[in-house]
Each structure stands twice: as structure tokens, then as C-alpha cells.
Design a protein around this ligand. Sequence first.
Ligand code: FAD
Length: 390
Amino acid sequence: MPNTSRTPHVAVVGAGIGGLAVAITLLRKGVAFDVYEQAPELTEMGVGMHLGPNGTRVLRRWGLEPLLRPAAVRPETLEVRGQDGQLFVHRLMGDVWEQEYGAPHLTVLRSELHAVLGAQVPRDRLHLGARLVSFDAGGDSVQLRFADGRAAGADLLVGADGVHSVVRRAVAGEENPVFSGASALRGVIDAEQVPGLAPDSMYMWVGPDARLLCVPVEAGRRFTYVAVLPDRCPSEESWSETGERQALTLAFADWHDDVQAIVRAADTPGRWALYDREPLTRWGHGRSTLLGDAAHPMLPHHGQGAGQAVEDAVALAHFLDGTPEGLRRYEDFRRPHVTRVQLGSRDGGSLRVKPTDGTADGGLDQLVEDVSWIHRYDVEAALERAAADV
Ligand code: FAD
């Protein structure tokens, strides 16, 4: 029998940052749910990431900011430099950004953010080692089947199962992600190994082909670096490939001393081949919908993977009423905004320094302005405006 009440039972597939954020919003709304995660443990790789004001605003309302702040950094400045160290952009962040955007910009290890979110979700709602292999969401209820033979039912299905989403495949069919021509080499280094860098600042060095971003994490005790380099032999699309340290050494051989110090401090980096996909025109089918990277995988250049997933979760809970129509309203609300972020992230990858005279192209000056509309966005205020317009 279909559940026609307004308190549906929701199956969330994936316990990444998106899936956990959904679990938190459902808990707050008093909606019953189960989260199914393929990994046997709720642990995460510890590479640093950004959480812009649009995301921290939500975590603050959930009361989670005090839990996150001890492990995070609120950078005080952003510096963008050329490969020889020439300063192109210097921006005060800290209080200035917090006042401008109404919430802080934080840099944090992905594992720390994941742990803070995971601690909010009751353990008996989390089913680990549950890899979804197929589902049916076309009728009056949802049937899920898992790799170990388990089966489960629900009224609605939320696919928060990341970039290789099984749920997405059922909506969008097989896709051919396009390799962007670049890979990111990433890792974490101790701050004391790079004495030229202030532990409360974010840095980017930009050259004609490569760029290096370095942001503080773990209360400034460490930095996470991400080098975006041209790559002619892309590996598969994965977060867990291993890169070669020598690629870093070669790419940044004649760059500024601070860059050299980062490269010297780096261990074997992780390698993340940057694939791009066209935004989907449809996120759902029947009683299923998508959220986070499953709905809108994006290149990392705007640092918005986590922030957009958190915003999705707020919007999903707002529209959730147990019907497929409620899911479509969530999708219609989110898709235009996130598509703009996705396409902006793609454009953000083209920032370069002119190889001929070493000067910055116009894009560098635009760096902060390009993302300010994303940081200013308040998903709850936007939902209120949308409700008032109906
Ligand atoms: P994800 O974080 O990918 O989570 C998806 C979850 O679904 C995972 O836990 C996965 O195990 C689970 N899952 C997948 N398939 C199934 C299935 N069939 N059945 C059950 N469970 C399934 N972004 C950055 O900007 N910088 C980074 O350095 C960075 N590093 C990352 C490292 C890793 C290991 C991962 C997984 C993601 C990383 N991201 C990074 C992406 C960033 O975390 C996401 O953009 C953002 O958090 C939104 O995540 P999500 O929850 O939608 O997807």
C-alpha cells in the first residue's frame, strides 16, 4: 500500500557529506529514514576542502559550527601569486568576509567535516556495507536491492551516492564524462615544513599551465595542497588514485621558493583526474531523486562540492511531502542555481597567467567576484522567497 501520509519513510543511499546532511535535515523535520552506505566503516579520507559561507551558514543554523571550528581554519587572507611569487591579488578574508557574507569561510579536512555530520545521525539509522545494486522507484513505493543480497523498502529514495551514482544512472542513462585535460595532485603537509606561509592564510600560485592552491587545515597545524596540472594520460575518475611526487617536482621546478618548500614537504600525492559532465536536465524519476555529487558532479575550481550538497539537503527537506511531486519541486528549485555553479566551476578552471609577459589575465582579478554570488546565497531565504512568490 502506498504511504499517503505526509511523513514518508525515506531511503538515503550514500553516507558522504550529502547523505549525512540529508539525514540531519530529515531528523530535524521528524521524518523517518534509513541511510545505506557501501563502505564497511564510516571513515573518510582526510584531504582538505572549502566550506564557503553558503554552507557554513547552514551548519551554524544546525548548531554545528562550534563542533567544526576547533578543527577548521577561518583564513584571514587570500593571496594569488605568479609562479615567481609576484603578488596579483591580496584579499582580507576573516571578519571582512564574515561580515560581507554573513557566515565564515572555513577550510577543513573532509574527514573532520564528515565526522561532525556523522555524529549527529543515530547509528541504528546507518546501514554500513550496504552497496545498492538496483532499485525500482516507478510504482507506489521504492524497492532497493544490495550487493550482499539484502533488500529494503521505502516511500522515497534519495541518491546521494556520489559521482558514480547507481541512482543517477537510472535517471540519466550511461554517460561519457569528458576528461578536462587536467588532474589534481593533492596531499597534506605540516605547517612547520613551510615556514614562509602564514598558518591562517590561503595561497594560490598560477602559471601558464599549472596552478597550486594551499590552504590551512587542522587549526593551522597543517596545509592541504592541490596542484592542478595538464595531464595527457588520465587515470580513471577516482578519489583514491595515487599520483607521482616527481610530477610535482617537474611541474614546479622553477617556481617560487615557497612553492618549492611545499613540493619538498609533500609525500606521495593523491591523484584526482578531473572529469567533467554536462549538467543534467532531469534529476529524478518516480519516487527517486538525486542530491550532491550524484545530481551535479562539478570540477573543484569553486570549492563548492560540500556546500552545494548541504544546500540541496535543506531544500529537499523543505519540499519533501511523501509524493513524487514534492521531489520534482525540490529538483526544479535547485537545478537552475546548481547548474550555474557547475558551469562557473568549469570556467574557473581556465584561470591562467599569460605565458608571454608573465602578467595575470583579467580572470585573476575576478577570482573573488566570480564566487561571491555563490557565497552570498542563503538557501533558506531563497526557499522563503519562492514560497512567497507562489
Ligand atoms: P560523496 O562524498 O562522493 O559521497 C558518496 C557516498 O556514497 C560515499 O560515501 C560512497 O561510498 C557512497 N556510495 C557510492 N555508491 C554507493 C552505492 N552503490 N551504495 C551505497 N553507497 C554508495 N571535493 C573537493 O572539493 N576536494 C577534495 O579534495 C575532495 N576529496 C574527496 C575525497 C573522497 C574520498 C570523496 C568520496 C569525495 C571527495 N570530494 C572532494 C568530493 C566532495 O566530498 C563532494 O563533492 C561533496 O562532499 C558532496 O558529496 P556527496 O555526499 O554528494 O558525494
